[in-house]
Design a protein around this ligand. Structure first.
Ligand SMILES: [Fe+2]
Length: 373
């Protein structure tokens, strides 16, 4: 067993120690046999090294003959900036950015206020009004996600992540036909869910390399810290549960309590999906965002059993259908229009190429949508 930088990992190697994401979620267990796609996933999640064993069959293969992993972040970086620039050059983006920044500052005051004065009930009415004003500035779902995908490049704070998760969760509530009251609770679940991360120094949260055991334990403690900060406040129990349970997974692989599906609060399950989607699609300093179809693909590769079927299926279906009739770029360099989403294979729609021909991506497994244009 040896620790390998990601660039030295090869398909066929076996993971020797569990690999965790920066937020403490297990990505790969011991014994996982690496494929190119799995190496892509490690790379996407910002993992820089992993302990692995090299089976004899691979050791005997000359290095030059081994297939080098394709790096998804590099491909995205090369293909995405122009779309971000297009979104950011729209006049309404600037107006949205101003309101968004105001809202992030309000969330900063709200969360910092609870930490400094835990007995003082927060003014949730004001923050909900501000959130709904922000929501009213986005006309369509495409518009909402375009703005959110690009908003965090300049501000990668816990506060802006909480706002994004709140707005994505609110949209999910709309798709799930929740009552206005439940949508407000869901929004607050998003706003408060990571309050326990506020006290973790940025140097640890944004650390580029591997965490020490102490740092890792601190990160994994944040759901409990979040819950403890909220537990005595006069807030809906679902808000407190979302803070405690948003890293739990339906198959029991989450943390801190390794709860199973029927033990996890429904609202925490929704926040879990919004949390992961925001992490995948937000622009970061070290990589461009995944396009929504790549994010759907990543959810499917991570395993849909991690999430509640009634929520993850609705969410991914709605996301894919949001981009029906949109123009996209394929990994072969061609551009096309999405003609029809295949509800059983969301990343493989029917598309019309620029020469007018209509093709079914289901029959072209090597084709991928890499960008909305
Ligand atoms: Fe979290």
């Amino acid at each position: 067993m040896k620790n390998y930088p990601i660039r030295d990992l090869r398909p066929g190697m076996k993971i020797a120690e569990p690999v965790y994401t920066k937020s403490g979620q297990m990505l790969m267990d011991v014994g996982t046999v690496l494929t190119s796609a799995l190496i892509d996933r490690l790379s996407y999640y910002g993992i820089d090294s992993a302990s692995a064993e090299v089976p004899v069959s691979i050791r005997e293969t000359p290095a030059a003959e081994q297939k080098a992993p394709v790096s998804m972040p590099n491909r995205s970086r090369a293909s995405n900036p122009s779309y971000s620039q297009k979104v950011k050059s729209q006049p309404e983006f600037m107006a949205y950015q101003i309101e968004y920044t105001k809202e992030v500052n309000s969330i900063r005051s709200l969360l910092d206020g609870i930490i400094q004065n835990p007995a003082q009930p927060p003014d949730i009415g004001q923050i909900l009004n501000e959130c709904s004003r922000l929501t009213s500035l986005t006309k369509t779902t495409v518009d909402l996600f375009d703005k959110l995908h690009n908003m965090r490049l300049d501000d990668d704070s816990v506060y802006s992540h909480c706002l994004n998760v709140a707005l994505i969760a609110r949209q999910m509530g709309k798709w799930l036909y929740f009552s206005a009251e439940d949508m407000d609770v869901l929004t607050l679940c998003g706003l408060f869910h990571d309050i326990g991360k506020v006290q973790i120094p940025d140097e640890i949260l944004n650390k580029p390399g591997k965490y020490t055991d102490e740092e890792f334990a601190l990160i994994r403690q944040h759901p409990v810290t979040s819950y403890n900060l909220l537990k005595y406040l006069p807030l809906d129990e679902r808000i407190k549960n979302a803070a405690l349970m948003h890293h739990e997974r339906c198959d029991g692989s989450g943390y801190p309590q390794k709860l199973k599906a029927d033990q996890i609060d429904d609202f925490a399950e929704i926040i879990a999906i919004a949390d992961v989607y925001d992490a995948m699609t937000a622009a970061r300093s070290y990589r461009s965002p995944l396009c929504p179809f790549q994010a759907i693909d990543m959810f499917e590769k991570d395993g849909l059993q991690l999430y509640s079927p009634k929520y993850i299926l609705t969410f991914l279906n709605r996301i894919a259908n949001t981009y029906q009739n949109n123009r996209v770029l394929l990994n072969n360099g061609q551009s096309a229009n999405i003609v029809m989403i295949n509800s059983k294979h969301l990343t493989r729609p029917m598309i019309q190429l620029d020469d007018g021909s209509v093709v079914d991506m289901l029959n072209l497994p090597e084709w991928e949508i890499i960008k909305i244009i």
